[in-house]
Write a protein that binds this ligand. Structure first.
Ligand code: XIL
Length: 365
């Protein structure tokens, strides 16, 4: 393990020991700032019960004390935002780079957090050498990648997103055309799950995607039918992840999401909300009104998970508005005008109304 991470690990238990409430008055350096309103929100993990409450994190952020403290005191689950993706883990054939992922796993272990591995087979952030392969060479590379990565963290990663975003957008409900894996036929999905299961039979294996959250989209139907087929064929799929990158201009509809989660659960699958964020840029009103709307919307979605017994967790795609993939114009413009402020803690790590909405929903209120 590299040394800066190790030094950091010893600092963290303090955050848990301090316990109590998050008083919304800590600056980015951990000091107390005078300006912030003193809204008290309980540490989210303290009201989560058996449910996982997670955040996506990049290992480099753990060096920032305020980040590490807010992460460890509020979340009992951690997803690597980028550090376990193919391009980072196997950048050249057979050369594996586990260091950043190891740092996240060590942090999680030290702070009593679960790790959701993300992800093994995806067309994006794929190492360029993989896209140059086809046929049996591609299938073999995929199986070797899945096997090696899952084996490295065997017993340490409780859930894996084995296959991410395999289906196309739009009306057809078919596998996406911009993935090299599609040419292998739908069997690549079953192959990936089997390879992961062989490497760690105890890990719960997920299919993960976006725009499958509510009933009625072609992709939701296609993924449901795939899940049925995989279960019927005895493929070791254990769950489906619903990303939940909300676009408040169009959705969500909590009732439709609840019914959808319930039908997947009825197949004997776990369901999780795996990448939730709620951008406010296009929500009408001033900043206060936007953040109140964000709170209500987030509350209602987290409450859906709380109401569905098979929904084992909710993960946010980040924890602070300081670092969100939607701050990058490339992604942010997909949700219209910013600033999006899509996460539970503001850029100074102050708990937002959104955090209060999450806490209330987790507590059943
Ligand atoms: C995003 C990361 O947040 C960005 O930092 C990166 O540049 C692109 O990928 N669906 C997924 C995630 O499954 O892996 C994506 O993460 C967001 C959409």
């Amino acid at each position: 393990m590299n040394r800066p991470w190790r030094a950091l690990l010893f600092v963290q238990p303090i955050a848990l020991f301090l316990g109590g409430c998050i008083v919304s008055s800590r600056g980015p350096d951990g000091g107390v700032t005078a300006a912030a309103p003193a809204t008290a929100v309980p540490p989210l993990r303290s009201v989560a019960g058996a449910r996982a409450i997670g955040a996506a994190v990049e290992a480099q952020r753990l060096r920032e004390p305020a980040f590490a403290r807010v992460l460890a005191s509020n979340f009992n689950s951690l997803t690597p935002e980028n550090d376990m993706k193919w391009i980072n883990v196997e950048p050249t054939p057979g050369t594996f780079s586990f260091r950043a992922g190891d740092a996240l796993v060590a942090f999680a272990e030290h702070n009593g957090m679960r790790v959701r591995g993300h992800n093994l087979v995806w067309h994006t952030q794929l190492a360029p050498w993989v896209a140059g392969l086809s046929g049996e060479a591609l299938r073999a590379a995929m199986i070797r990648h899945v096997g090696n990565v899952v084996a490295h963290w065997k017993g340490k990663i409780r859930q894996w997103d084995v296959v991410n975003e395999a289906f196309a957008d739009g009306a057809g409900g078919e596998l996406r055309h911009d993935s090299p894996f599609t040419a292998l036929g739908a069997g690549f999905i079953a192959d990936a799950f089997r390879a992961a299961h062989e490497a760690d039979p105890a890990a719960l294996l997920f299919y993960n995607d976006y725009e499958i959250e509510g009933l009625g989209t072609p992709k939701a139907e296609a993924v449901y039918q795939m899940a049925q087929r995989l279960k019927a064929a005895g493929v070791p799929i254990g769950g489906v992840g619903f990303q939940m990158h909300v676009d408040p201009r169009h959705w969500p509809d909590p009732q439709s999401i609840r019914q959808n989660l319930e039908r997947f659960a009825a197949l004997g699958l776990a369901v999780e909300l795996t990448e939730m964020d709620v951008p406010v840029g296009e929500i009408p009103g001033d900043k206060t009104q936007k953040l109140e709307a964000q709170k209500r919307l987030t509350h209602d979605i987290v409450a859906v998970c709380v109401a569905v017994p098979a929904c084992s967790g909710v993960t946010f795609w980040g924890l602070t508005d300081r670092y969100s993939w939607l701050n990058d114009p490339e992604w942010g413009q997909l949700r219209g005008r910013g600033p999006h402020r899509p996460l539970p803690f503001d850029a100074d790590y102050v708990a937002k109304p959104m955090a209060a909405g999450i806490a209330a929903a987790l507590a059943g209120n």
